[in-house]
Design a protein around this ligand. Structure first.
Ligand code: SAM
Length: 394
């Protein structure tokens, strides 16, 4: 296959302020991704429902020991407890100890914690997974959840201890837990290939969890070419390409992500419709020739001023009638939730970049208008994660 050149992108050096289209797909054995599409069926819990009843002592226990609760969940994943009980429900404590190769004391400690947390249940001396966990195994979502847990354990957990310091300093103090000179997490990961692989694997899972909303709510009618700005490993371009067979995509990202994206796109058998370009979304000009610019999980990383800059760049790159799509988790304008957004925001405040945060819907709408877009519309994803799409037209 010939080298990819994203529409309008020119292969000149970074110093020339243009993106580097990556070479053709990696490897010859193109195969379909075996990942299953995730269908989110649970409806959204509103912030009002979460904050309506007064705090109880029991709620306080859950919060004081929140770190311990997470460790119980993580240990259950890492030791294979949930996978074991999914395959063999109704095992006794002794059988679980033997299968997990744990001594009796740690087995009791683990099962006490997972059962008190209702991750497992105990009936007549036999343990089972919570019904929810088994249903997540059944529909393919559990592999996503275990990646999210791994992300929290290996990327977020240690840095999150710097939350207070980050609030005091109004910057991402937690970044100090990652060696290197890069100004944000993404640039520091480049020095740690092992962590970088884990990061992009887990980020893919975060995105797979929510991108059915993107696929459902992003209106690509009449669109021919989408520029996926900071598109990571191509997870969203792949999902959108499958749902929109006449649309081409270019994933723009840093070199580490670009290499992973090429592999994932080839595995999905979509190398003919999705290209990869490497570059810096702030420093380099956007390639031309696109009638849609997508910012997926991107405008949560940067400050208001940086987001406005990115949206203005998108506006300049688009022809009249072109559209912009912003997709990510949003907080509620009522400032009381949802819980998912509030707790995810602790990560954003502590680690990715100096001014990362989840914004509310109205903030994005204001920036889109300021950047020159009209017909600004919000499309929330009526499910349990607080994701949604905001679109605008040039
Ligand atoms: C939160 S991830 C989202 C990835 C993808 N859009 C998704 O939804 O899965 C942010 C992405 O922005 C990329 N990124 C961060 N800073 C960048 C920069 N200055 N230039 C290009 N890409 C950047 C990161 O490498 C990462 O892939």
């Amino acid at each position: 296959m010939a080298c990819f050149v994203g529409p309008g992108a020119q292969a000149v050096g970074r110093t020339g302020g243009r993106y580097h289209p990556r070479a053709g797909p990696v490897g010859s054995g193109v195969r379909r991704s075996e990942e299953t599409a995730v269908t989110i069926t649970e409806t959204r819990t509103t912030a009002t429902a979460e904050t309506a009843s007064p705090l109880t002592r029991q709620d306080l226990v859950g919060t004081v020991f929140g770190a311990a609760a997470f460790q119980a969940l993580n240990a259950g994943c890492e030791l294979g407890l949930f996978a074991l009980l999914n395959g063999e429900p109704g095992l006794t404590e002794e059988e679980i100890a033997s299968r997990l190769d744990l001594r009796p004391r740690p087995t009791r400690i683990l099962l006490l914690a997972t059962t008190a947390l209702r991750l497992t249940s105990l009936d007549g001396g036999r343990y089972r997974n919570a019904e929810l966990i088994d249903s997540l195994f059944a529909d393919g979502t559990w592999e996503i959840i275990t990646d999210m847990v791994a992300f929290e354990a290996h990327i977020v957990y240690e840095a999150q201890a710097d939350f207070t310091a980050s609030l005091r300093a109004d910057t991402n103090v937690g970044l100090r837990r990652f060696a290197g000179e890069g100004e944000d997490l993404y640039h520091r990961l480049a020095a740690r290939p092992d962590l970088e692989r884990l990061f992009y694997r887990c980020m893919r899972s975060w995105s797979r969890l929510s991108n059915p909303i993107l696929v459902d709510k992003a209106d690509l009618t009449g669109v021919r070419r989408v520029l996926d700005v900071g598109g990571g490993d191509g997870v969203n371009a792949i999902a959108l390409a499958r749902a929109n067979p006449n649309v081409e995509f270019t994933v723009l990202d840093l070199p580490g992500a670009g290499a992973i994206a090429e592999r994932k796109i080839a595995e999905a058998g979509l190398s003919d419709r999705i290209t990869v370009a490497e570059g810096d979304i702030f420093d380099d000009d956007y390639p031309e020739g696109y009638d849609c610019v997508l910012f997926a999980n991107q405008l949560v990383i940067w400050s208001a001023e940086q987001n406005l800059r990115l949206l203005r760049k998108a506006h300049r790159a688009l022809a009249d009638g072109g559209r912009v799509l912003v997709f990510n988790a949003m907080s509620d304008a009522t400032k009381d939730g949802p819980l998912y957004a509030a707790l995810d925001n602790v990560y954003f405040a502590t680690l990715p970049a100096a001014q990362s945060t989840l914004y509310d819907w109205g903030q994005y709408e204001q920036w889109l208008t300021e950047a020159g877009f009209s017909r600004v519309e919000r499309r929330p994803g009526e499910t349990w994660t607080p994701h949604g799409v905001i679109s605008g037209v040039k």
